[in-house]
Design a protein around this ligand. Structure first.
Ligand SMILES: Nc1nc2c(c(=O)[nH]1)N[C@H]1C(S)=C(S)[C@@H](COP(=O)(O)O)O[C@H]1N2
Ligand SMILES: [Mo]
Length: 359
């Protein structure tokens, strides 16, 4: 395994402690399954170091039997499952919103996202073994080994999503044990939900009658209206971000690229939390006219992104490329980041625009 320092050197790093970094977009677009060392890292505290041999996951709360599971116990008691899913930060593409007005948080470009084969056990299988009442109106709270401003990291998901077949306790990413920065030895993977609901370095799973009261769940990752600011926000108010919206990004060419007149390949990704992407429109003239890109999607992976490609015939001059996706409900993306601006810079999903010059 490469060292953390070697992996950091591959990424665009926003901070070392906590460590936050994303890959350049062209490298992100190079493989449908993102290599673990090209996968963005979002952490709120220091990376914990966990000894796999002594590791235990506790499962407790509103269940019949509390469980203490070693990694070996998890592997031997429950069927192994692999799910191909996209993980995405709610702050992905925040840089576009920051261009409208100041926002808090790191200025992520379109790379706070990645897709992997996640292998582990179904959280639902573990909860059923513990004797869950599957019909109850409950929440599944996670607690992790890292510390954020004096508290352990924690978040929760509704029980129905915890029991959904795609929701995992994962120990491997693309066939290899999780890297330390991606949650070794065990993390939750909640496909379709914002990355914040997929805690890394899991310590404890608790079934309870309300969402987690951890500040990450109770105060952060809330969507606020545009008239709310950092000064006026009631942190407990706002809408809890779970399912991620439709989004699309141009990965190549890069901003500011100089291209030759004629045929040029434009490519990127499109993604929607839990609905299928059915169409991707690309414009070579800032959105006045559009053409349809070819889509490349793994049909066995409903929670994973779609790669798209189009060959555009570009005349000489300065151009604004733009992309917008459509989902199976016939919905598309807002044209400008102004339309959905919020002071936290979450869910930035306007048409992605790239200015280029053709000579
Ligand atoms: N324990 C813990 N889990 C965590 C986080 C964290 O800081 N600590 N960050 C969350 C957020 S906001 C995101 S977007 C994803 C990022 O996962 P990755 O770093 O493996 O890409 O992890 C989530 N799980
Ligand atoms: Mo995130």
């Amino acid at each position: 395994m490469s060292s953390l320092a070697e992996r950091k050197a591959r990424l665009i790093v926003y901070g070392d402690a906590p460590y936050n970094a994303e890959p350049p977009l062209a490298r992100l677009r190079a493989a449908y399954r993102t290599a673990a060392d090209d996968f963005y890292v979002r952490s709120h505290g220091d990376l914990p170091e966990i000894d796999a041999d002594g590791y235990r996951l506790s499962v407790d709360g509103t269940i019949q039997t509390a469980l203490e599971l070693s990694l070996h116990g998890l592997r031997s008691r429950f069927p192994q499952v692999t799910v191909t899913a996209t993980m995405q930060c709610a702050g992905n593409r925040r840089a576009d919103m920051r261009a409208v007005a100041p926002v808090s948080g790191d200025p992520w470009d379109g790379g706070a996202i990645g897709t992997a084969d996640w292998t582990g056990v179904r959280l639902g299988d573990v909860l059923r073994e513990a004797g869950i009442d599957a019909g109850a109106d409950l929440h599944v709270a996670f607690e992790s080994h890292d510390t954020v401003e004096g508290h352990p990291y924690g978040a929760s998901i509704p029980l129905a999503k915890a029991l959904a077949p795609e929701t995992l306790l994962a120990y491997a990413m693309n066939g290899a044990p999780l890297l330390p920065e991606h949650g070794f030895p065990l993390r939750a993977v909640v496909p379709g939900f914002a990355g914040v609901r997929s805690p890394k370095w899991l310590k404890r799973v608790t079934v309870q009658d309300r969402p987690s009261d951890n500040p990450i769940q109770a105060d952060d990752y809330k969507l606020f209206p545009p008239d709310v600011t950092a000064e006026t926000a009631d942190p407990g108010a706002g809408h809890t971000i779970n399912t991620m919206p439709l989004n699309a990004v141009i990965c190549e060419p890069a901003r500011g690229a100089r291209l030759k007149a004629g045929s040029n390949i434009v490519s990127g990704y499109a993604v929607c939390g839990d609905r299928a992407v059915v169409r991707v429109d690309v414009s070579g003239d800032g959105g006045r006219t559009w053409a349809q890109a070819a889509l490349e999607h793994d049909a066995r992976a409903p929670f994973a992104w779609t790669f798209w490609t189009i060959d555009l015939d570009l005349p000489a001059g300065a151009h604004e490329l733009a992309v917008r996706a459509w989902d199976e409900a016939g919905q598309t993306q807002p044209a400008a980041p102004d339309d959905t601006w919020n002071y936290k810079g979450y869910l930035s999903a306007a048409w992605h625009r790239v200015h280029i010059t053709v000579a």
